[in-house]
Design a protein around this ligand. Structure first.
Ligand code: IPE
Ligand code: IPE
Ligand code: MG
Length: 242
């Protein structure tokens, strides 16, 4: 039995800079084209009936980049929100953010909060942007939250389950991704959703993010369909689900 369409697809959008260099363009021009792909993949995911789509847009570590590049990326995010969010919301998408939003400029935080608020009752695709995101920080934050509850006597350490832990993460209301895509060929996770991708299928393509069109996305879904997901069992037919 082939796998159905995944409910949740997470994407590490990588390679904007290398793509731009290859074309003789500036890195930031790669980021600009990258934004067009975000729009295209959101539409493709909606057409495919995917429920959750999560983009790694800016990591906690990305603050280390030259300040001009960081400023450009923040500007791009801001204009994306100004130009594209209304249409996304009209299209019944729920807009969501994970990460340390408090690191962002106040004006950006306001726009993001507004987009989340306006779209929260929509029933379509949940589009999540990971911004100033670090999976280790997310896990630490969850530990602190649970430890606090334990200190107050609200929970016993022995009662902490995987479910309780999952519910303490930014992704509390989402299923774990079944498929994780990374563009530009790098064989690493770069501090993204470490807990949540325990059993995700990994799809790494040599295509740079600006080249990751709807067709490339469909190839990834096709590849996923053919994977045998065993979840530690001897064969997928045994059920697999834990
Ligand atoms: C991905 O492209 C965009 C972000 C991480 C913000 P990069 O900017 O990492 O491009 P490369 O990997 O240097 O080519
Ligand atoms: C991962 O890309 C982070 C995002 C896509 C936002 P990077 O380009 O920052 O990752 P590394 O540095 O190659 O691991
Ligand atoms: Mg990169």
């Amino acid at each position: 039995m082939p796998n159905a369409i995944p409910q949740h697809v997470a994407i590490i959008m990588d390679g904007n800079g290398r793509w731009a260099k290859k074309q003789g363009l500036l890195r930031v021009q790669g980021h600009e084209v990258g934004v067009q792909r975000v729009e295209e993949i959101i539409k493709a995911a909606q057409d495919k009936g995917i429920r959750f789509l999560t983009f790694y847009a800016f990591s906690k570590e990305n603050w280390r980049r030259p300040k001009e590049e960081v400023a450009f990326l923040m500007g791009l995010l801001s204009s994306y929100l100004d130009k594209k969010i209304d249409a996304m919301i009209k299209n019944n998408c729920v807009f969501n953010v994970i990460g340390e939003m408090g690191d962002l400029a106040a004006i950006l935080q306001k726009k993001l909060t507004q987009a989340m608020e306006t779209s929260k009752n929509n029933t379509g695709l949940v589009v999540t942007f990971a911004l100033s995101y670090s999976s280790r920080r997310e896990i630490l934050r969850a530990c602190q939250k649970i430890a606090e509850q334990a200190t107050q006597g609200a929970i016993k350490p022995s009662e902490i389950t995987e479910e309780i832990f999952s519910r303490s993460l930014y992704t509390a209301n989402m299923p774990d991704p079944e498929l994780l895509i990374r563009t530009s060929g790098e064989m690493r996770i770069s501090n993204f959703l470490l807990w949540q991708i325990s059993y995700a299928e990994l799809y790494i393509t040599q295509k740079f993010w600006p080249e990751f069109t709807r067709d490339e996305f469909e190839k990834a879904l096709e590849d996923y369909r053919g994977r045998e997901r065993r979840f530690g069992d001897t064969c997928a037919a045994n059920g697999g689900k834990t």
